[in-house]
Ligand binder design. Structure first.
Ligand code: HEC
Length: 560
């Protein structure tokens, strides 16, 4: 029976093959060891701060913008010259086209070779790892920065700019680099990596359960297979040396009002700090969690939520902009059939963060147009009040319902012959449950659907369904579970690339580069991020409900 079970690692192998071509599957043994890094001793805080400004903002110690020359000619100044643009916030480097930008976090420059951890320079090729070199000193660092000559005396690629820097700049920068990504992040221990997932109140217990089951199973598999690289090789990356660390899952269940969540998160975190929050679910707000993640510099990757908080954050990554994306897609659709459209959109929503958020986006979009957008709020009161909401509606109106199935049901039951020709509902809020659709409303209902449809969807779900089946985990909600599945695969892949460099900023950077890998196992047609982006999927379909109850797209994939 055992060999029938699908291993997560096999799946990653499949994912890999889709994306990366199997020519990579050459074995590489690299006989290098890596070590947990010892902390470096106290350097003057002011100097580090001046170094940070050079590194992150391109401002020299004298307060003027940094000046540099690239490719021998292009002048760079200020933030454009900041080291972070290429070497990244973590100092772990990046790939610029096909050019390897070396890691320059302290260990990589100043440690002796045997204390220097190995890092992967190009995730597409396991043989592209950092190479041996003598430790840098302040002088050799200065030479690299001013003249583009590295510690081994080689003239570096001209992508690395030549900087005009004085000695105090070099000193400050050196102090900053010495402490950059020095200690491994909280949540990383000698033999374990701690991760958490979060469940907020009012979530369907079936979904919360299945999420935890899936993550636990994925972690269990990952832990069981990490020692047997050769037997079940996922990718050449797994042959690179690293410490064996068991993944450990904490489930943070929040109770009560959102105002109290911050305190609860703090309590969970102080008992067991985690390296990252993976997945998670909420049907209401996510704002307190995102704030917590930002404050703790804790990556919070890809939860299942109806609407991400609007504040920009560095450490939270989302699948999409939720109902706000849906509202923008709908606006695009309505504008494109402008000529056919009536002069009025009526939107009905519940008076909560999600309903207010979605309806505001739609209303704001049409502010400058001659289309009237009328808001009506569903309250929990009696049926007569609900009936009021439909008052005066005619075939010519566009009706938009930002509601969940039980509320949709209340309204569709009351709709007669005069109901609007087009009734748009949110795919995210409908939760794959279209039982609210009556015979009379069926021809009119359109779902704004932010996931893949049809045969592509079926194809992308096959792997997850097989995995669920082999572990006897029920299929409760397909797009939701596909998100959890994707999260587990992604985390496995990212940690595999990071080797022993378990820094939180580096995890976010890897996620920014990596999200497009594995899109084919999610319910989204395409997932990708680039630097600074935090919303991985950017469009939706407008779909109708066919006679057999399936969704059929009526539009292209619309990206607002
Ligand atoms: C435009 C991109 C870019 C910027 C900006 C940049 N670098 Fe680099 N850097 C590179 C590349 C590419 C290399 C590798 C070149 C090579 O090895 O041929 C590199 C290499 C280095 C090295 C040598 C590393 C080694 O392993 O020998 C050091 C040190 C370095 N950079 C420091 C800095 C500092 C400090 C800054 C900011 C003041 C900076 N770089 C800004 C692209 C950049």
């Amino acid at each position: 029976m055992v060999q029938k079970k699908m291993f997560l690692s096999n799946m990653i192998c499949n994912t890999y093959q889709y994306i990366l071509m199997s020519s990579l599957m050459s074995l590489v043994f690299i006989l290098l060891t890596s070590d947990v890094h010892a902390g470096s001793v106290g350097t003057n805080q002011e100097e580090i701060e001046m170094g940070r400004r050079i590194y992150m903002e391109g401002i020299s110690t004298s307060g003027v913008p940094l000046k540099a020359e690239r490719q021998g000619a292009v002048q760079l100044e200020g933030v454009a010259a900041a080291c972070e643009t290429c070497h990244r916030r973590s100092g772990m480097g990046s790939l610029e086209g096909n050019i390897h930008v070396m890691p320059i976090a302290g260990h990589y420059l100043f440690d002796t070779q045997e204390n220097r951890p190995l890092a992967l320079l190009d995730t597409r090729e396991a043989k592209n790892v950092t190479r041996a070199h003598a430790p840098y000193s302040e002088e050799s660092l200065a030479k690299a920065i001013r003249e583009g000559v590295n510690v081994s005396g080689r003239e570096m690629n001209l992508v690395m700019p030549h900087y005009a820097m004085n000695d105090s700049d070099i000193k400050a920068l050196s102090a900053y680099l010495k402490q950059l990504s020095d200690d491994l992040s909280p949540g990383v221990e000698e033999d374990s990596l701690h991760l958490a997932t979060i469940i907020t109140p009012d979530v369907d217990p079936k979904k919360a359960d299945v999420m935890v089951k899936m993550l636990e199973k994925a972690f269990e598999q990952r832990n069981a297979t990490q020692e047997v690289h050769s037997g079940r090789m996922r990718s050449p990356l797994d042959l690179l040396p690293r410490k064996l660390r068991n993944w450990d899952l904490s489930v943070w269940e929040l109770k009560g009002q959102p105002e109290t969540w911050g305190g609860q998160l703090e309590t969970y975190y102080s008992k067991m700090p985690v390296f990252a929050v993976l997945s998670g679910i909420s049907v209401t707000t996510w704002a307190p969690i995102s704030q917590f993640c930002e404050q703790k510099k804790l990556p919070c990757l890809l939860p299942n939520i109806p609407l991400p908080p609007s504040e920009k954050s560095y450490y939270s990554v989302y699948f999409s902009n939720g109902v706000s994306l849906e509202a923008n897609v709908l606006a695009k659709q309505l504008r494109s059939d402008d000529k056919k459209v009536s002069k009025r959109i009526v939107q009905i929503y519940s008076d909560d963060e999600i309903g207010r958020g979605a309806s505001k986006v739609l209303k704001d979009t049409f502010q400058e147009s001659d289309l009237v957008v009328e808001n009506r709020v569903l309250t929990d009161s009696d049926a007569s009040k609900t009936k009021e909401l439909l008052k005066g509606l005619s075939n010519n109106d566009v009706l938009v319902l930002w509601l969940k199935p039980k509320d949709l049901m209340k309204l569709t039951k009351l709709m007669g012959k005069n109901s609007p020709d087009k009734i748009y509902v949110s795919g995210i809020l409908s939760d794959e449950n279209y039982s609210f659709v009556t015979k009379a409303t069926k021809p009119h209902v359109r779902v704004i659907y932010p996931y893949e449809l049809g045969s592509n969807r079926a194809k992308n779900m096959a792997m997850m369904k097989q995995w669920l089946k082999s572990w006897q985990i029920p299929l409760v909600d397909e797009p939701f579970q596909a998100e959890v599945f994707f999260d587990a695969l992604l985390m496995t892949e990212l940690s595999s690339q990071m080797l022993d460099n378990l820094y939180r900023d580096y995890l976010i950077e890897r996620a920014e580069d990596m999200l497009s890998v594995g899109s084919n196992v999610s319910a989204y047609p395409h997932l990708s991020l680039s630097r600074g982006q935090r919303l991985a999927s950017k469009g939706a379909y407008i779909a109708r409900i066919s006679n057999d109850g399936k969704l059929v797209s009526e539009s292209d994939w619309l990206v607002p």
